[in-house]
Design a protein around this ligand. Structure first.
Ligand SMILES: Cc1cc2nc3c(=O)[nH]c(=O)nc-3n(C[C@H](O)[C@H](O)[C@H](O)COP(=O)(O)O)c2cc1C
Length: 167
């Protein structure tokens, strides 16, 4: 089944390494994403498991990273051509990354960072970076504890959300 239909957020992971080759392929997919005027605002920091006890202090939602094997911090550059579209560009790259993971049996969890200033500042300090580089989101990766995590959820399709020709 297409990875789009089986990707699910994961918060419980096996104690199993995700190989750098797989992360690289997922980042290869991330970098195929569209961006406004091809401004390509992204950089990525791959963080090892030993650092996770620090990263979970970024926000309440970051607790979900506890069991994952690696974390990728998506960093956005904000001095480019189309600043108004940066968030959309970054989100496209993250989705591609997660979908490539799902197609390889690697589960992910998106941890919202931008636009919360305290989370951005936490990660700026952690990475020792400054403007124009802005931490946008973290994505935890790992192999899911639940072998049935990747499954189609047929309750999600809603015909009423489709408007043909007029609202
Ligand atoms: C912008 C964004 C921020 C999110 N932040 C968090 C978070 O901080 N912690 C977390 O556990 N999940 C987070 N999620 C995951 C959502 O809770 C999850 O995608 C949603 O419940 C739908 O479930 P699914 O991903 O399995 O389809 C985030 C998702 C998005 C798109």
């Amino acid at each position: 089944m297409n990875a789009i239909f089986k990707r699910r957020s994961c918060r419980n992971f096996k104690d199993m390494e995700v190989k750098m080759e797989d992360i690289k392929e997922m980042l290869y997919a991330a970098m195929q994403a569209p961006s406004a005027m091809r401004q390509i605002p992204w950089d990525f920091v791959v963080v090892e498991k030993t650092e996770i006890p620090t990263l979970i202090n970024c926000s309440h939602g970051a607790q979900s990273l506890k069991e994952c094997n690696k974390v990728v911090i998506f960093v956005m550059r904000n001095d480019l051509k189309c600043p108004e579209f940066l968030q959309q560009d970054m989100s496209c790259a993250i989705d591609n990354f997660m979908l490539e993971g799902a197609s390889r049996g690697i589960a992910t969890i998106w941890i919202g960072t931008y636009p919360h200033n305290e989370r951005i500042d936490f990660l700026k300090k952690y990475l020792k970076i400054d403007d124009p580089y802005i931490p946008f989101a973290m994505v935890g990766v790992g192999y899911p504890k639940d072998d049935k995590l990747f499954k189609f959820d047929d309750t999600r399709f809603d015909d009423k959300r489709i408007h043909i020709g007029k609202w």
